[in-house]
Every structure is written in structure tokens, then in C-alpha cells.
Write a protein that binds this ligand. Sequence first.
Ligand code: SF4
Length: 276
Amino acid sequence: MTKANGYISGIYNYCDYWCERCAFTNRCRNFVTDRELELEMAAADATKPEPDDVTNVDFWNHIARKVHETAAFGKAEDWHDSIPDADDFEIDPDWYAREEATSAAVRSYPLVRLAYDYRARTAQWLKAADSDLKEIARSLLDAAGCQFDNNDYEAQAREIGEMLEVVSWYHTLIASKTARAMRGLLEHATPDPGLSPMIAGFRLEDANGSAKLVLMSIERSIGAWLRLREILPGQEDSILGLLALLDRMQRGVHAALPGAKAFFRPGFDGEPPEDD
Ligand code: SF4
């Protein structure tokens, strides 16, 4: 699956989207494409001419770009007719009803409800811990610079920020990826009529991949919560409650998708085999 250009095929399908911490940015086609697009947009913005300044070279560069685009894609006013309205599409009512039923089943799945509960309670915690965290920040500032004190308060402040960032990042990802994993599992167990066995197999594979990402996110969150529990003794009870939820989810994922642990996440679990 690796190509001569070094990209790892599908690496972004089962990653945590934390690109700024990812070791594979230069091997991820999504990241590289997004970055190129950002650079193009920034360059286009930087050379944006004043509307009527016909003596400015940027104005003529802008006209040249427009001419190039029109030659390649036709006149913008002609595009409208070729773009279908949403009303032009007829939604198959049977398909729609099945989709609705699957979404409802996913939402009511116990594991998904746990994950949504964890998301809501973590979001609540992040707001409610505000005064405790400010108190700690004050105490670190007070302690800093005291003579005969060798504690590294700067490292402590950075560590608290890091732990908070970890729980904050993963609490939404755990919820969305648990829902995706359960949807895959349901679609595999009760496939649409006419769905090929190959696609049904892919649903299970995708469910396992999403579940593995959930397991990894849970592990990292547990590590961060355990450290926050030490730092914030006043938050002991609420943190223990969140840890208990994560523990239940972890066991639930292993039980629902035993294949998740062995799922191979391209790149993150090693170099994928070449397919050509
Ligand atoms: S694989 Fe890495 S660089 Fe690519 S989208 Fe995921 S986190 Fe970002």
C-alpha cells in the first residue's frame, strides 16, 4: 500500500486527526493536500488586487488567472445549469427509512449511550473545574521563584495543560468513533438487501478499525485522568466517575468487537505491505 511517493494509503482513516502531533504528516495524502490548498489560498489572498487599480500588476495577474480558469472550466454563469439542485434528487423512501432506523439503533446502542454520556460529562467537568484549575495556576505562580525551592513549576504547568488537552481532544472523538464502530457492526449484522458480502465484510473491518481508535483514545484519556486526579484532589470523585465510564466502555468495545485489538492501522501499527 505504500507508493513511491511515500504516502501511506488510508492512514487518515483510523487516525485521531491530531495532525499537529502526528509523526506521519509527510506521508499522509490528506495532510499534504490540505496544506497545499492552504498555501494556494494564502498566495491567492496575498495577491488579491485592489478592485479598480488597473495600474497594479496584481490586477492583471488576477485577470490572467480568471482567463485561465474560464478557458479550463467555462464561464462561471454557465456553471449554474450544470449543477443539480437538491430538489432534483429523489430520495428513495425505503433507503431513507432504513438509514433512519439504523441511526436510531446506533444512538440507542448501550456502548454509544455510554460514549455520549462520557462526552457530556467530560465537557461539563472541563467547565466546572475552572475555579480549581485557576487556584492551581495561582499557586504555581506564587511558588515560582522562591529561593531554596527546586521544584520545576514550569514543567508542572505544562503537564497540566497537556493532560487537559488530551482529555479535551479525545472526549468527542471517542463518542463519534464509537458511533461509527457500532454502525459498522450493525450494518454488518443486518446488511441492506442487495449488499454484497464483500461490502458487508468491509463494514466489519471498518468497525474494528474505528473501535481500535476508540481503545487507543480511551487508554490515553485514562492516563491523563489518572494524572489529573493526583494534581486535583478536590476533583477525585468526579474524575473517578469518568474513569469508571471509560473502563466500562473499554470492556464493552472488547466484547462487541473482539477483532479490534488485532486491527492493523496503516502507519501507526507499522509499515503496511506493498500491494504492487
Ligand atoms: S494521519 Fe496524521 S497527518 Fe494525516 S490526518 Fe491523521 S493525524 Fe493528520
